[in-house]
Design a protein around this ligand. Structure first.
Ligand code: IMP
Ligand code: MG
Length: 181
């Protein structure tokens, strides 16, 4: 039980289930990147818990980097712009990049972000996401590595928020609709 249990409809994945899945993903990434010295990018803030768990378990030489990005809404969206509030510190030319996402929903932000990074001539850009809402996809983008496919429900915890709340919950839970309606 936690401080806001009464806001949670049901637990989707426990901390143990999440950590086990993260270890599986880390092993796959380790095998694939062992000689590649990847730059592993945390897309703040939602990915921070997943990112920390994942990086601890990736057993190869790597660099950490951090980004804050958001999609422009309304009029700007048609221009395909992505608003970078904090950019990478590394030059990614010739490097293998792994983008770490908490959840892919419409995919719009990540689609634009990946296109932007590809203009910097990296050796490769791959995506790892903890959660995937496939039914909600609008952009033509898929994760290369995915933890769990989830139904179209609003989830919080393990880094995911509603209005900046619930990020520190150790599990992923479905938020009661009363909380946001
Ligand atoms: P999209 O894929 O561009 O639509 O945006 C994905 C972002 O929306 C994620 O990185 C989250 O920040 C947020 N998001 C989407 N679905 C959820 C959810 O169920 N809970 C919390 N945040 C979500
Ligand atoms: Mg996010």
């Amino acid at each position: 039980m936690s401080y806001c249990s009464s806001d949670i409809k049901r637990v989707l994945y426990t901390e143990q289930e999440l950590d086990a899945k993260v270890s599986e993903l880390a092993q796959i990434i380790t095998d694939e990147y062992v000689d590649k010295r990847p730059i592993i990018v945390c897309i703040l803030k939602g990915s921070v818990v997943f990112y920390a768990q994942l990086c601890k378990r990736i057993d190869c030489d790597m660099q950490m980097d951090f980004m804050v990005a958001s999609s422009y809404l309304s009029g700007m969206e048609s221009m395909g712009a992505v608003n970078i509030k904090k950019d990478l510190e590394n030059d990614i030319a010739g490097r293998h990049v792994i983008l770490v996402e908490d959840i892919i929903d419409s995919g719009n932000t990540l689609f634009k972000l990946k296109n932007l990074l590809n203009t910097r001539n990296p050796a490769s850009v791959k995506i790892v996401t903890l959660l995937n809402k496939h039914d909600r996809r609008e952009a033509n983008i898929e994760a290369d590595y995915c933890g769990f496919d989830i139904p179209n429900e609003f989830v919080v915890g393990y880094g995911l928020d509603y209005d900046e709340k619930y990020r520190n919950l150790p599990y992923v839970g479905v938020l009661k609709s009363e909380v946001y309606s």
